[in-house]
Design a protein around this ligand. Structure first.
Ligand code: HSE
Length: 275
């Protein structure tokens, strides 16, 4: 028995939607599974596979996995989520369960701890999600087709754990109101490609002011992107990738590529679309 599971990269938070918003992007990890006598590997895919059997109280069937990877690892583009989702889907398949996306989302979130990467990885497009009584409630939106995602990816990594540890435990009421109002208006702004509103809404106060200290060139790349006509920027997931939102056919990508090639050798830029 041999089968494969293909899972997209994701970009979580979208600035103000910490642990809540995420998009899936057209960059994929493919996992090739084969039934085996014993477990040959010990990695996040296999761990998630085993946890899915435990979650559903079923006897574990050994399997092996090979990964064909396109999603950069530990860069804030959901590579861990691709492994978790592949582990959950392969387990459901091996148990002969009908693939139920809502169940897969509940299990994958239980493993990952927050739903903002696994939800768009499973549902596709732009997804807003929350956990309530052990279940994930979500809504999926189609974003404006003229919106383009330019991922500025550095050659260094950041672990989600370290990037979460530097966050404050408490947020002021003022910053809470700041983020909740912007998060509420961000969805219509992205759907309608309301550029001015997107700019206003991406001003986060929950995590980016703390995390950007870990990313040399964060402010410089934001400033350059805006100078090159980008709509706005945000830190993708826990970083260190910086996501630049631009309008399709604008000059932003070419100008950023040129600037990075000539000035910042440890950064790369990738043009992505919503999957
Ligand atoms: N919402 C998560 C965070 C995404 O910002 O830490 C990274 O897994």
């Amino acid at each position: 028995c041999k089968f494969s599971v293909k899972v997209p990269a994701t970009s979580a938070n979208i600035g103000v939607g910490f642990d809540t918003f995420g998009v899936s992007l057209n960059l994929f990890n493919t996992f090739i599974f084969k039934k085996s006598e014993t477990f040959m590997e010990d990695n996040l895919v296999i761990d998630s596979y085993k946890k899915t059997f435990k979650y559903l109280d079923e006897d574990i069937i050994p399997i092996s996995v090979k990964i064909k990877s396109q999603v950069p690892y530990t860069r804030g583009l959901g590579s861990s989520s691709t492994c978790i989702v592949a582990g959950v889907y392969s387990a459901l398949f091996m148990m002969n369960k009908t693939i139920n996306k809502e169940l897969a989302l509940d299990i994958a979130t239980e493993i990952e701890g927050h739903p903002d990467n696994v939800a768009p990885a499973i549902m596709g497009s732009f997804v807003i999600s929350l956990k309530h009584n052990e279940h994930i409630h979500y809504r999926r939106f189609e974003l404006n087709k003229n919106l383009e995602f330019l991922a500025l990816i550095p050659n260094f990594s950041l672990s989600t754990k370290d990037s979460r540890n530097i966050l404050p435990k408490m947020i002021s009421l003022k910053d809470g109101v700041h983020n909740v109002s912007r998060a509420a208006l961000l969805t219509p702004a992205l759907v309608n490609l309301d550029k001015n509103l997107i700019k206003v809404c991406l001003d986060d106060r929950f995590h980016q002011p703390y995390r950007k200290r870990l990313i040399k060139d964060f402010d410089l790349l934001k400033e350059k992107s805006l100078e090159f006509d980008a709509i706005a920027t945000y830190l993708s997931g826990a970083g260190p990738t910086i996501m630049v939102l631009s309008e399709k056919n604008s000059k932003t990508y070419a100008m950023l590529k040129d600037y990075i090639n000539n000035n910042l050798k440890n950064w790369d830029v990738k043009k992505l679309n919503i999957d």
